[in-house]
Design a protein around this ligand. Structure first.
Ligand SMILES: [Zn+2]
Length: 370
């Protein structure tokens, strides 16, 4: 199973998961014989999964609930129920500023909960933020909820612009897949729709958006990880986002958080080409990367998605830019660069959440200058 691939400076690098026990050494030898440079990132992925997210005791969770009014914290990865409870807590506790709207339901009927964070200024520009479109990228919902908590506890981290824009935040785009990745298959990516079963179940929601749907880097085969679905916006998760975003014309930026690889990507994704204002997208992208680095977050690579990673059509950022005319569309691939990959230990949630906050502060500043 190939986890990620990237092309840079004429070289191609691949992260590969060897699933069959005992087959890793033979795979390594064959790659070496073929002239590749090989590095073993994790020699026992199951152990890494087992150690990634030490479970909290019921007593600890009760204690959190009593102290904070919700069970969310950022030392471990939480199930969907805790995340949703946290969103409802924000709306109940700070009703002037936070409200929660269910914009639709997943294939299996779970609510798609968007938090609206209001600046209190009529006509303010708005920023869409989402996470968790790919189930296994747990650091994404964790970082997006960390950002929401920062708006409450440390709003100055978002800069002056952070409180003069409205935010629409959907921390878990793919709640069915997210729960499945907790309960059944840690490395599940797609949603739980589609017509197949087993690994052939599900649609890759980030290939299901309606701009250049079904082109390069999107599969027509249900069993593939990048299955684009039977038609554009066939899935309730993507069509709910389409309906909501297209009805909110003040949205001037669209930021989707994924993992991993540490990239700040902008359109186009469907091919190795760029939109007319790509210099501006690059300039803001580089300011995002500098802000992350200044905060101690290490280095993020900035570039147009199709040329920097690989062409992938039907992505949310291309749709935001190409169909909705939203100027600042970014896909941020959070930590790490591949040592842990999707199975990022929970101690990295806070530092990675800070990366997300630094990125969003820069985007807020950019939209207030439009
Ligand atoms: Zn992803």
């Amino acid at each position: 199973m190939v986890w990620s691939d990237a092309q840079a400076n004429g070289t191609v690098s691949l992260d590969v998961l060897v699933k069959r026990p005992g087959a890793a050494e033979a795979t390594r030898r064959r790659l070496l014989e073929a002239g590749a440079a090989v590095e073993v990132a994790a020699d026992d992925l199951q152990r890494a999964i087992d150690e990634e997210n030490p479970p909290m005791s019921d007593e600890d969770l009760d204690e959190l609930m009593g102290r904070n009014g919700h069970r969310m914290e950022w030392q471990s990865y939480h199930r969907l129920a805790d995340i949703h409870q946290f969103l409802d807590f924000l709306a109940a506790t700070y009703p002037q500023r936070f409200s929660v709207q269910t914009i639709g339901s997943s294939v299996q009927g779970r609510p798609l909960k968007v938090v609206r964070v209001s600046s209190g200024k009529p006509g303010a520009p708005a920023i869409w933020v989402d996470g968790g479109i790919h189930a296994r990228e747990w650091i994404s919902p964790a970082s997006v909820t960390y950002f929401l908590n920062t708006l409450v506890e440390q709003p100055e981290a978002l800069g002056a612009a952070g409180s003069s824009v409205d935010w629409f935040v959907l921390p878990v785009v793919n709640p069915d897949g997210y729960e499945f990745s907790h309960s059944s298959d840690r490395l599940w990516r797609k949603n739980r729709g589609g017509s197949g079963s087993g690994r052939c179940a599900g649609v890759d929601l980030n290939r299901n958006f309606g701009y250049r749907w079904g082109g390069q880097g999107a599969s027509r085969r249900p069993c593939d990880e990048t299955y684009a679905g039977p038609s554009k916006f066939s899935e309730p998760e993507t069509s709910a986002i389409r309906n909501f975003v297209s009805a909110n014309r003040n949205i001037k930026a669209y930021v989707s958080f994924h993992s991993y690889g540490q990239y700040v990507l902008y359109p186009w994704g469907y091919a190795a080409v760029v939109p007319p204002d790509h210099e501006e997208l690059k300039r803001v992208g580089q300011r995002i990367a500098s802000a992350i680095a200044r905060g101690g977050g290490g280095s993020y690579t900035v570039g147009p998605a199709g040329a920097t990673l690989y062409p992938a059509s039907g992505g949310s950022d291309d749709w935001a830019k190409g169909s909705q005319g939203i100027k600042y569309a970014y896909t941020v691939e959070l930590r790490d660069r591949g040592r842990h990959g999707f199975v990022l230990p929970a101690q990295y949630i806070v530092p990675t959440g800070r990366d997300a906050v630094a990125a969003l502060a820069v985007v807020a500043e950019a939209v207030t200058k439009l």
